[in-house]
Design a protein. Structure first.
Length: 107
């Protein structure tokens, strides 16, 4: 998603959106790292907690692709279905890195 799209969708000015995205990137980076470690340790509670946090932040910003992936991880972790979560988490991480690059290029 382009920064301009977020400006239009959120009804904020560009500087406010950039600040929100910086906060999102920082929080999501931390949550993603913790979630990946929890997947390695088969810790469904931490996976659920971190995915839920990412899901909420993504939804608040209108980042639908991120919201949907985080929701899928969250739903599976909540029901202790951990098979395949690493693949979904890697997909999220790849898309997230693309977003980070887009943000850096737009600043």
């Amino acid at each position: 998603m382009k920064t301009e799209d977020l400006v239009a969708n959120l009804g904020l000015d560009l500087e406010d959106v950039k600040e929100l995205l910086e906060l999102y990137v920082g929080a999501t980076s931390s949550d993603l790292k913790a979630m990946q470690e929890a997947i390695d340790n088969n810790d469904a509670d931490i996976i659920h907690e971190r995915a839920h946090s990412i899901k909420g932040a993504s939804g608040n910003l209108g980042l639908t692709d991120f919201y949907e992936l985080a929701k899928e991880i969250d739903d599976q972790a909540r029901t202790n279905k951990l098979n395949g979560l690493e693949t979904i988490c890697n997909e999220f991480a790849g898309k997230f890195q693309q977003l980070v690059q887009e943000i850096e290029n737009s600043c």
